[in-house]
Ligand binder design. Sequence first.
Ligand SMILES: [Cu+2]
Length: 469
Amino acid sequence: MTPPKSSDLGGRLTRSGFVRAGVVSAAALSAGGAASLAPSRARAGAPSKGTVTRYPLHIPPATSPASLTLDEAPARLDLGGEQYSNVLAYNGSFPGPSIVASRGDAATIKLTNHLAEETITHWHGMVVDTANDGGPKLAIPPGGTYDYAFTVDQRACLNWYHPHPHMLTGEQVNLGLAGAFIVRDVEETALGLPFGAHEVPLIIRDATLDQTGNLQYKPRTGGFDGQIPLVNGTRSPYLAVDAGLYRFRVLNGANARIFGLALSNGMPFTLIGNDGGFLETQTAVSRIDLAPAERLDLLLSFAGLSVNQSVMLRDLRSGWDLLEFKMIAPGTGGVPTFALPSIDKLANPVFTRTFSFDGMSKINGKLYDMNRIDFQVPFGQTERWRFMTNGNAPHPVHVHGASFQVQSRTGGRGTTYPWEQGWKDTVLLEDNETVDVLIRFDKFRGDYLIHCHKLEHEDMGMMANFQVI
Ligand SMILES: [Cu+2]
């Protein structure tokens, strides 16, 4: 493997990066998923571009959060077809290792910064105290470390982790730093959902490669707009499937792009969960619009396809083919009905706060100031938070420290969607919309953040500190 040039990552590749690049092998990357199959050739979806060579979907390695060491460092990895790219990676993996924990587990994680700039890691969706939340105030310098110690104590769900340093989040996430954080619990176990090779994480994002094939971050004030899709860090991926039931754990890991997910044969997804875990009822939906940082828990059965028949996961917004499902072992089957757990409903808010996402960099007229607390929220109080905008949406609104329940959307699209039921931590706000949610902080007192999860807006200052008191 050719060592990367120091200029390949915007001049950021450090000496340690050269060393790490040398030890990252293609074999390490292709160890997961359907790696034993030769690349398939499949017809490209609309718009037709002839044939596309497809590569096995990479499945990141799984790890426990107990005594976990996470290194953020430059790496050189195969994105498919032995096309190597300089990326930033957690533990040399892009996406980072999937952290899998059960409710009640202790997470003890040492983060080490091998980047040439400050960083810190936030556990998106994990309800933890301020010292473990990974906000920008906790950023560590190059060579620094940060020790996290918290108890995983929330419903089964798909969360994720990514850097959160002030003004550098967009760049670091875009260059590869993100991974899944899966929480399990007894309610989930009782359902008997698909697992092992039939439970598949799908981290979907866009990317731009420079002329030498390296990830390139070109921010725009309207949000990063990549030229190709990547699923689990694989370009043009396919997944070999059989007739068994599949559970897909989907994350929109893009900086700014919204995906309009659908299947090429019109088959609906069976939606069973989102950001905060299971919904109360499973719903068949043929299209899902997923904003950055939102998650989905989907069931799919490919029974009925014959050998070598394919179904494509598509993005109806860009027209991209995201992932080909290719049948290798046909049979009969379907999607059974699961008795999903019930959800306690928040009700009777005693206070309403309004947040206007102004322009591309302000909330309620203010740019983010790391040292300013913008408001205080009484512990245990149920509140209505109203999200509005004066333009420049979409703004995917994300809150740290608690999940919320979406109540209504007026103006704009004028409705809420099945994937917005239950518990959420990120909700999409489009122009002319007002979105009301109910929220209650009843786990920890301390400092938390509300921000736009279009990472370019966040980095420009569309973020506020608040305090739970
Ligand atoms: Cu925004």
